[in-house]
Design a binder for this molecule. Sequence first.
Ligand code: ADP
Ligand code: MG
Length: 592
Amino acid sequence: MQDLQQLRATLHQIDGRGYGDYKKIKGRYAAGCFQLIVDHVQGDPFAAPSRLRAVVPSSEVQLPDWAVRTAARRTTSADFLNRSFRQALLGASAHRGSGKSGELHLLEPGQEVLSRSSLLVAPDGQVESRFSAGLPAQGRRILGQQAAHMLCEDIGRAVRQGLLAQSVDLDALRRHTEVVEDAQALRSQLHEENLVAFVADGSLLPRRSGIDDRPMDTTCAVPFQAPERLRVTLTTPNAGALCGMGIPKGVTLIVGGGYHGKSTLLRALERGVYDHIPEDGRERVVTVGDAVKVRAEDGRSVAGTDISNFIGRLPGGEDTIRFETQNASGSTSQAAAIAEALEVGATCLLLDEDTSATNFMIRDARMQALVADEFEPITPFIDRAQQLYRELGVSTILVVGGSGDYFDVADTVIAMRRYEPHDVTSEAKQIADAHPTSRRREGGQWQPMRSRIPRPDSFDPSRGRKSVDIKTRTEDRVTFGTQEIELSAVEQIVELAQTRAMAEALVWARGRAIDGQRSMEEALNVIMASIATGGLDSIVPYPVGELAEFRIAELAALLNRVRTLVTDAGREGQGEASGAGTGERVVGPPKG
Ligand code: ADP
Ligand code: MG
């Protein structure tokens, strides 16, 4: 292996030459306390920056044992070091010539703690970071001196500042670790406590703005305070017993006047499937890990999803057991979102009236009287919510300010008043008894859903001569080959790196996990299993630093939004689910 002296010599030697000569520096260098690896050299100063790695052995990092003891703690430590190393790299980043010359970049984490390929902490405490650097040039001429500064001095300083235990704030790291561990402990108690979510007292739910996910200023934000009747106490390893509001399994309504904090609570619950950093305000808001937000999204495509429990007898005679469209309506798109969430195992659905199709949510007595059943294909959600829970064990948390008809099917009703929750379940039930709606139940029995088998040749990542051409510039849009995939309605994607990773996962899975035999659920589970055992690196051809972990629900959401996707019918959803490999998926009754 070469050392930094030799790298410096090379850089001085190629100073002033054409940019292509940078290719010479590809390789590994001993750089004092770490190893610097140049994996890929960019073609010109305006191209995607060069890919580098810093590998620091545990003997140099010297993370305390508590920070690396378990896989979960290593993920949290990695998240922490990602943040501190990013700060240090930003400090070392400078404009040094044309284009991206001199820029240093490391993936930027949001408010959530995720496993990311940009920073890895190995079981023995070794730390590896993958970042990018714009190799300096003036026009296309190499600026060797500047490059030597950047690669041989600045990066080393950033490593020493941002990655070594002796210089990072270990108290902050400990807090990071404890907060995440507590959140995971809270989440793991939900099931046995018969809950789907928990919001600790003192949590700060509102955000700084619609485009800024950091917490609202504490002088303005009203801290969360659980209502007496929903108060539960859960235990945590680090913060001890915590009081807060437990949302029971079943059907829960969040009601209240406009602008009283309903959607803010629901959004915090959506994010509660993830762990949060200390001081986020939602670090003690947890939701069952497979809770899925579903909403209307007219215009999306649907590829064979069984929406027949919600939509039947369409005017054009379309099949709703295998529903296909390039232009779903509000109601059919919301039905598809629910069916697709159930298909991959969601046990809790989150819905907000703000983003729901009204005719999907409710059909009141007067409308029932006016529009005869034979002309209305929709079985509204109100007639399915209880069935979903009683028959499939799937809970619902629903924001409704507009329809008291839902009182009939609610197990719990929470009213938000000036950002404070109140348990109004018994009041709502009394009102429901005193003012019967005379609406008829619709829809009959819940029918087991038909499974689907995605065809691997129906989503093609190639474009022109490139066999794989995927671009993700924002978290809610992917260019996959020649196709644009819109993800803005997939609200639980929290980082661009998740979107990237999911797009990569689909490329990897084509012909492998998605083989034309496996059902949607089986195929996507093969991908998730590969990542669970081999990490995010297992789904990409070479190590990159731009991926973050994601859930099966969001991966399914991405594949389901590929407009060319074609699925074949799995077996009819009748009777018991049979073994793996048959392509069959039947949503069964609740377990245990
Ligand atoms: P709703 O869905 O009931 O109409 P929102 O949840 O959209 O209301 O909240 C309305 C406004 O109140 C938002 O600007 C939000 O940031 C703010 N808000 C929500 N919860 C709180 C809180 N606990 N403290 C202070 N402001 C809040
Ligand atoms: Mg709202």
